[in-house]
Design a protein around this ligand. Sequence first.
Ligand SMILES: [Zn+2]
Length: 98
Amino acid sequence: MNRKVDFLSQEEVKAIIKLSTPLNFRLGKEIFDKGGIEIIEYTDNKIIADIGDSQRRKVEFLSTSNGLQWSCTCKRNQKKFCKHAVALGLEITKSGVQ
Ligand SMILES: [Zn+2]
């Protein structure tokens, strides 16, 4: 991903990644390390990405007045990042968010 993500602060993303379980963090890092992240859509307040290893899932990060909202097609309405969301979070922080 070459474009800079403007709507999320690096600190915000890192803080949410830290809330994931150790297992999901490790699995998400594995996906990230293998480059299993494809950005599908990128707008001023939203990122949608196709994430995965054996099974592909769609993760969406949405900026709202209440902060970052996210969803993933593997599990919905989870408070903690799943491995796919971790992978996308790592991709975003890697690319130099301000
Ligand atoms: Zn997921």
